[in-house]
Design a protein around this ligand. Structure first.
Ligand SMILES: Nc1ncnc2c1ncn2[C@@H]1O[C@H](COP(=O)(O)OP(=O)(O)OP(=O)(O)O)[C@@H](O)[C@H]1O
Ligand SMILES: [Zn+2]
Length: 483
């Protein structure tokens, strides 16, 4: 059975068939580096990391390239504000990008490309476009002649005539050098005190759209399998990439175009330029911060093309969900020794099991992570039930080998989604008592019992029960507990 992928270009799901059987070339639009990454970026890169991991698990050799836009007005503005250089600002936020993504367990790209390292490729591409009649120089700038490219609008479904008729406001603010309001800049002539590179059209710097076309071509060739990015980039960025690349090469730039839905705040896209953003580090490092895996799990619980709203309630429920899953993922660490389990290296994923099959069916269907996560929860909840039986009754009702296989399945499937738990990563729900607090209350209860204050002892136990903590009294005055 093959994977099906929703292709923005055809507006439908299509069977996935890479250009070269067995290998997949992916390009993903990266960040413009002038601030810390926010939750929209967390979503974007968690989604694409999950797709990449899944394709790898399905046996494809994946080559994944992502860029940093390190030339941009917004970077220049920030550099001016801080009396520093564009390079210094880019450098700082590229480092921060890597730190934030590592915390979310996002794999490094096979290659990161930088606009500033691609100037030659950009100039070559602009030169070709000019030669073929798709670009014209005008007073130090170079513009792309949009009406010259027949397929313009095929990705976004927009028609130039409709845009003009229906939304004339969108094409206002036109630079006077353009011949047509729809044309866009490939090269921008140097302005005083701005970084500039020499070119056949005079000193200047590249426009944003041409960077990605040139980077794909330089690093991966004329045609790739999947081009990814946020849905906000469909128009104009990706539409313009297609126009540039395909006019120059005469070949399709990408077979599949995939777009993630937006993280919104009060119905509006979270974005650096709108200033309505929460950074990844703010969310994770707050006093009652979210565990990075809780964030990753939360993002996987949404279908990748749909919008997501970040609210306080969503964050609380993400923490609770993560606790349940984490308990399942740590089942072997917590109960393995008691169940006399052998080392986990002897185990492999049971491909015939119902859980693995359902996981695969879900993921094959355009990377349906919410369904895949539901399978993980079923496994985790069953393991929790078995853990409770072990604590209460001293035995499980499933054979030890079967249980170990189930646990192994859970750990491996979660890993395909980039979700992992380590024994030292145990988190406590913001509204629940911590381990130390529980131990303290158990001691107080024992002291109350010794003093024959049974009312107080019961009150302490009932208080814990109300918070989901079960106490188990054992012979010898020992009290075990579990959540
Ligand atoms: N709110 C969001 N939800 C999901 N993806 C997003 C969101 N914001 C940006 N992205 C995606 O993250 C990637 C990098 O985006 P970019 O650096 O342009 O961020 P931005 O916050 O939109 O910045 P700016 O406001 O300056 O355009 C792009 O693929 C973009 O589509
Ligand atoms: Zn891009």
């Amino acid at each position: 059975m093959s994977i099906v992928v929703y292709n923005t270009l055809s507006r439908r799901k299509e069977p996935f068939q890479p250009l070269e059987p067995g290998s997949v070339k992916i390009y993903c639009c990266g960040v413009t580096v002038y601030d810390y990454c926010h939750l929209g970026h967390a979503r974007c890169y968690v989604v694409w990391d999950t797709v990449r991991r899944y394709l790898q698990w399905r046996g494809y050799e994946v080559r994944y390239v992502q860029n940093f836009t390190d030339i941009d007005d917004k970077i220049l503005n920030r550099a001016r504000q801080e009396s520093t250089t564009m390079e210094a600002i880019s450098q700082r936020f590229i480092e921060a990008y890597h730190e934030d993504m590592a915390r979310l367990n996002i794999l490094k790209a096979d290659e990161y490309t930088y606009a500033t390292h691609t100037i030659d490729g950009i100039k070559r591409l602009i030169g070709q476009l000019e030669q073929k009649g798709y670009a014209y120089a005008a007073g130090g700038d170079v513009y792309y002649k949009v009406r010259q490219f027949d397929g313009y609008g095929k990705l976004s479904g927009r028609k130039l005539d409709d845009m003009q008729a229906g939304a004339s406001g969108r094409v206002e603010g036109v630079e006077p050098k353009k011949k047509d309001p729809f044309d866009f800049a490939l090269w921008k002539g140097a302005k005083p005190e701005e970084p500039a590179w020499e070119s056949p059209w005079g000193p200047g710097r590249p426009g944003w759209h041409i960077e990605c076309s040139a980077m794909v071509r330089d690093r991966m060739g004329d045609s790739i399998d999947i081009h990814m990015g946020g849905g906000d980039l469909t128009f104009p960025h990706h539409e313009n990439e297609i126009a540039q690349s395909e006019a120059a090469t005469g070949k399709p730039l990408s077979q599949y175009w995939m777009h993630n839905g937006m993280v919104n705040v009060n119905g509006e896209k979270m974005s650096k330029s709108l200033g309505n953003f929460t950074t990844i580090r703010q969310l994770l490092d707050a006093e009652d911060g979210l565990h990075p895996m809780a964030l990753r799990l939360f993002l996987c619980q949404a279908q990748y093309r749909k919008p997501v709203d970040f609210t306080r309630d969503a964050i609380l429920s993400a923490t609770k969900s993560w606790q349940t899953l984490q308990d399942g993922l740590l089942f072997g660490n917590n109960y393995g020794p008691q169940l006399h389990w052998s080392g986990s290296s002897a185990w492999s994923l049971d491909l015939e099991s119902d859980a693995v099959q359902r996981f695969q069916i879900a993921m094959d269907d355009d990377f349906n992570t919410p369904e895949a996560v539901a399978v993980l929860f079923e496994l985790a909840k069953e393991l929790r039930r078995q853990g409770n039986l072990l604590v209460h009754e001293g035995k499980t009702d499933v054979g030890s080998d079967k249980l170990q296989q189930q646990w192994h399945n859970l750990v491996c499937l979660a890993q395909i989604l980039g979700i992992e738990a380590t024994a030292d990563s145990v988190t406590v729900a913001n509204d629940g008592p911590g381990d130390d607090e529980i131990s303290g209350l158990i001691e107080q209860r024992l002291a109350a019992k010794k003093a024959k204050d049974f009312a107080l002892a019961d009150k302490i136990r009932d208080g814990l029960t109300a918070q989901g903590i079960t106490l188990i009294d054992k012979p010898g005055g020992i009290t075990d507990w579990h959540r």
